[in-house]
Design a protein around this ligand. Structure first.
Ligand code: PGA
Length: 258
């Protein structure tokens, strides 16, 4: 297997600075130095500074949950890519909650991915169909469009890490997020194999498509994680609820080691 697994914890709008410090200090001993898997935690913006100092000297990376695409200016309430890059290696972009509750479009997400690349951040680029689309058998069409539009005109940096490791895709069926109703591992694997990697191939070429990591997200927990990671196309997970539970998050991470 050429792709190193990655487990990312999306804390969403949870954790004050004090809570975040507590959670990270409980998590670090069980997570750090577990080789064969990359680990990322994504606290809310207000806790990035505190968490980054706690992660110093560990092999656990830090990610943000969102950012704007402009570098500076009159954009009240927004955070720029260079601000995120002061603390983080990763940034979650286009999460379905951003798309659904805050009106982000494929075009917006595309601008954010471009901005992340410009500042050396690795986007965790999220895609996935709604329940309605799933039931209407439109999954392939929706996911294909999200990949093609969200990653349009993205250029890998051939001079540096143009090896595909600076882009992560997370396939998260919206009906599986926070519902306890995960997709089946084989169904998720099939969407990645039949739609996501071919779309990446059309954009970046076959070789690159094989190097980009594609995660599954949606109700992943300590119990079901192994089933996903035994699938050939699933390179890890974007974990929401279970990333706030120390034992679960560690169990998921260990399950990803191949
Ligand atoms: P969940 O969330 O694990 O709580 O379903 C996943 C996500 O939203 O990234």
């Amino acid at each position: 297997m050429i792709r190193k697994p990655l487990i990312a914890g999306n804390w969403k709008m949870h954790m004050t600075v004090a809570d975040a410090r507590h959670l990270v200090s409980e998590m670090v001993p069980g997570l750090q130095s577990k080789s064969g898997v990359d680990k990322v935690v994504c606290p809310p913006h207000t806790a990035l500074l505190a968490v980054s100092s706690l992660l110093e000297g560990t092999d656990i990376a830090l990610g943000a949950q969102n950012m704007y695409w402009e570098t500076a200016g009159a954009f009240t309430g927004e955070i720029s890519p260079n601000m995120v890059a002061e603390f983080c290696e990763y940034v979650i972009l286009g999460h379905s909650e951003r798309r659904t509750f805050f009106g982000e479009t494929d075009k917006d997400v595309n601008r954010k991915v471009q901005a992340a690349f410009a500042y050396g951040l690795t986007p965790i680029f999220c895609i996935g169909e709604t329940l309605e689309e799933y039931e209407a058998d439109r999954t392939y069409e929706v996911v294909f469009r999200q990949v093609k539009m969200g990653l349009e005109a993205i250029q890998f940096d051939n001079s540096g890490d143009g090896d595909g490791s600076n882009l992560v895709v997370a396939y998260e069926p919206i009906w599986a997020i926070g519902t306890g109703r995960a997709a089946t591992p084989t169904d998720a694997n099939q969407v990645i194999a039949e739609v996501i990697r071919p779309a990446l191939g059309e954009l970046f070429g076959e070789g690159m498509a094989q190097r980009i990591r594609v995660l599954y997200g949606g109700s992943v927990n300590g119990e079901n994680a192994q089933g996903f990671f035994s699938q050939s196309e699933i390179d890890g997970a974007l974990v929401g609820g279970a990333s706030l539970k120390v034992a679960d998050f560690i169990q998921i991470t260990l399950a990803a080691v191949r």
